[in-house]
Design a protein around this ligand. Sequence first.
Ligand code: SIN
Length: 276
Amino acid sequence: MIVTPSGQSCGAAVTGIDLSKPLGDEQVAEIRAAWLEHHVLSFPGQDMSNDDLERFTLYFGDFGQDPFFAPIEGREHIAAIRRDADETSPLFAENWHSDWSFQEHPPAGTCLLGITIPPVGGDTLFANQHAALDAMPPEMRARYEGLTAIHSAMLAYAPDGAYGEKDAGRSMAIRPDETARETQLHPLVREHPETGRPGLFSCMGYIIGFEGMAQEDALPLLQELYVWQSRDEFVYRHKWEPDMLIMWDNRSVLHCATGGYEGHDRLLHRTTIAAA
Ligand code: SIN
């Protein structure tokens, strides 16, 4: 197995391994170590079935719960990230986030397998939140250290949210509902549960405020933080190929979809790795 760092703030390509075959304990341990070091791993040239994708996911934890998505037919734990060539609804996930950070136990990671990849555009961006915290000027860090963030899916998945009842013509099987209004608290600055490395967890969008702080004070803080978290120097731009699998660590990075592939289909299969 060869691990080649992207040269950007995070991310590495892994070659010399065939993920369509079961892996041994040593290979899984090597991948886990590389994942914890680089936060985003890509595996090019993997001809994987849905069974292979599920088997790979389960090496790293149980399946996480995916609310607000209907799974693909015949599978409980695979969602399609899909956009058709003629689709005009706003892009899915074109804002920074950490998957399902509004859950009580947010998922450790996400796997995404490229199936139909457009010839241009559709890159996925990742922002390293350990680097973002490390580089924060002390007076700025002092404003955020110790805050407890209020997370919720309401802005995206409530019936009146971005993917709610007004979201017409979307090919993805998104299922908004009232449970999106529930809230959950997590520290904003926290140690990674496996490596102990401090980082910023999640961002404005799924974070809707701070515990004990008026909204008029919280919103400018969240906006300032969002701009900082996604500065170019913390970002890895992932370029897709068909038959490429990627896995990322939601505890270490934010991610964001990009467009630029109008007139082309895009389809990826996604699984979620539960928290340990
Ligand atoms: C996602 O956030 O799961 C989708 C990312 C992408 O479509 O690039």
